[in-house]
Design a protein around this ligand. Sequence first.
Ligand code: HEC
Length: 139
Amino acid sequence: MIRIAALAAMTLFATSALADGDAAKGEGTFAKRCKTCHSIYNGDNDIVKGGKIGPNLFGVIGRSAASTDFKYGDSAKAAGEKGLVWDQAQIITYLEDPKAFLVEYLGDSKARSKMAFKLRDEGDRADIAAYLATFSGTN
Ligand code: HEC
C-alpha cells in the first residue's frame, strides 16, 4: 500500500514538473532570454516587439514545427515534415538543447539547428512553455 502511494506521488510530481510552468514568470524570462531573437505578433498586433532573428512565436504551441514564413534550417523543416507539432513538453525539451532535440527527433546525428541558444534551467523552460501556451488555442 505504502509503495503504491509513493509511486502515485512520484507520477504526480513528474507530470506537474513538466506542464506546470508559471506563465507570469515565463513572461519575464522570455523578455530577458528570447526577445533579442523572437517577436510575438498576431497579424498586425504586436504582443512582444523583439528581434527577427528567429520566427514569430505567436501560436507556436499547437503549430507544426517550421511552419511560418521564416527561413528555417533544413533540420527544422525536416522535423515539421516528419509531423512535429509543438506542445509544452516538446518546447521544454527543445529549449534545453535545440540541436540535440533535432538529432533525437530525426534520428540523424548530422541534424543542425539555426537556434544558437540553450536554456539550462528546467523551471525557466516550463515557465516559458506555459507563457507561450497563453498565445495558443491549445496548451
Ligand atoms: C540567438 C537567437 C535566438 C534566441 C536567443 C532564441 N531563439 Fe528560438 N529560434 C531562433 C532561430 C534562428 C530559430 C529557427 C531554428 C531553425 O530553423 O533551426 C528558432 C526557433 C525556435 C522555435 C521553433 C519555432 C517554429 O516555428 O518551429 C521555438 C519554439 C523557439 N525558437 C523558442 C525560443 C525561446 C522560448 C527562446 C528563449 C528561451 C528562444 N527561442 C531563444 C533563434 C533564437
